[in-house]
Ligand binder design. Structure first.
Ligand code: SF4
Length: 125
């Protein structure tokens, strides 16, 4: 994603606020793009997710409206503050990851294929 691309989406969201927009992005690590993502996240029509994994680290600040999603690709330990977690297929049969007593929130479709995005809506509601 470039800053210009993000700005075009921000423009669209402001011009057409009726649909609900949602996105996941790792570009929060690029300051000039993060500024635009923060403006999107502040819009009522937008559901904003910062994507994290073992390579990205953790954002220093979490702007209002932004949630954190973690992609686990190995045995790495996700940060406790995440709002949602996805696991690669080979990890999905393992018990749900926990930190201390906290069971981390995994995408329900990973646990039960009968739960669809339409029924869950966690990413965009
Ligand atoms: S909406 Fe629910 S089921 Fe669909 S990807 Fe998001 S968390 Fe998973």
């Amino acid at each position: 994603m470039s800053k210009e691309y993000a700005e075009k989406w921000l423009w669209i969201m402001r011009k057409c606020p009726k649909p609900r927009y949602f996105w996941y992005s790792r570009s929060w690590r690029i300051p000039e793009i993060a500024t635009v993502l923060e403006q999107m996240a502040a819009l009522k029509c937008c559901r904003a997710w910062y994507s994290l994994d073992s390579e990205t680290g953790i954002p220093e600040k979490i702007p209002p409206g932004v949630k954190l999603a973690y992609l686990q690709v190995s045995e790495d330990t996700p940060p406790e503050m995440i709002d949602l977690m996805f696991r690669v297929r080979r990890l999905r049969k393992q018990p749900r990851p926990r930190i201390g007593l906290t069971i981390l929130p995994v995408c329900p479709n990973e646990v039960n294929k009968e739960i669809t995005c339409g029924g869950c809506q966690r990413c965009f509601s």
